[in-house]
Design a protein around this ligand. Sequence first.
Ligand SMILES: Cc1ncc(COP(=O)(O)O)c(C=O)c1O
Length: 368
Amino acid sequence: MIPLTDIALEPDLYREIKKNINKVIDSKNYILGHELEKFEKTFAKFIGAKEAVGVGSGTDALRLALRANGISAGDKVLTVSLTSPFTSVAIMEEGAIPVFCDVDEKTWTMDVHDSAVRIDKKVKAIMPVHIYGNPADMKTILKFAKTYKLAVIEDACQAHGAAIKGTKVGNFSDAAAFSFYPTKNLGGLGDGGMVTTNSRKVAKMIKMLRHGGQAKRFWHAYRGINSRLDEIQAAILSAKIKRLNKHNLLRTTIAKRYQRALGNLPLEFQDTVEGGVSVNHLFVIRTKQRPQLYTFLKSKNITTDVYYPTPVHEQPIFKKFAQSALPVTEKLSKELLALPIFPKLKTSHQEYVISMIHKFYDTHRKSI
Ligand SMILES: Cc1ncc(COP(=O)(O)O)c(C=O)c1O
């Protein structure tokens, strides 16, 4: 079976990670130590941001980014519904209210025109998502946020290295959240997350908030949580980030090959904003024959998957926040299908996937 993704470690990376883990074990320093500081510096440099603060997960990164920017209970946060439900879990955990906006028909990221319809005095922040590794339209979002004096928090959990006109995502907002969930382009061997920001003040606050709100030893001045990226994960990620550019480029090659080879079929790809570069965390196609194509590919030993089958505003816990239908999101959630993509995907396997998709459309052409 060709998998959707494969997180097995290459032998040299496996060896380096084991060495790094052993070093941490021997150091007897497991929380808030040298490895975390080192990785935070490396990650900030990779993104091009002034500061990076390691936390326990992408969800906590979003939570603390909101909290450090003054978002609290009862505030509304504009976001999208075509995303991982964890985007809204973070908003809800802060006692804030997600206001779901529709997405653009071409880029599948936040449609600011739809956000404008939903603005009211309680809206304090906007949280676009760089979904599947593809940057949201930050130029338009920042202009909109300035008009309404909104804090901007990027959900960059799927977009390590994505950029717009040479500036990496994670730099466009008051604070941005990244996830190191194992399947991400930069994934740990467990949970982990990072906040990036260009504000020293926000970074300082997040450092306190992730550590129980401690302003100094045994002195809790802020309402914090306990969410720190631990030394072992930081040491693992320090080894993995060295390969991130290479892995992102391999993903790009795979994505371009899909686009070239499938371009003449009746399906669509995700568009990128002007000057935008996706890191193809997922390679997703839009097809009117999703269930049939899914079943056909499965019968040919090819794994595909749906991200996400139920939009967030239709989930039991989030339904109460939905203001109205989101026609584009709802349509897309029935038509999107993720194809296998990961750095080690063999060209011969990808060619097999491509040929099977062609076969499917040849067989179904009459009914399309
Ligand atoms: C878009 C998005 N937001 C938030 C999250 C939450 O990240 P984590 O699983 O690290 O808490 C994820 C990851 O699953 C994600 O893909």
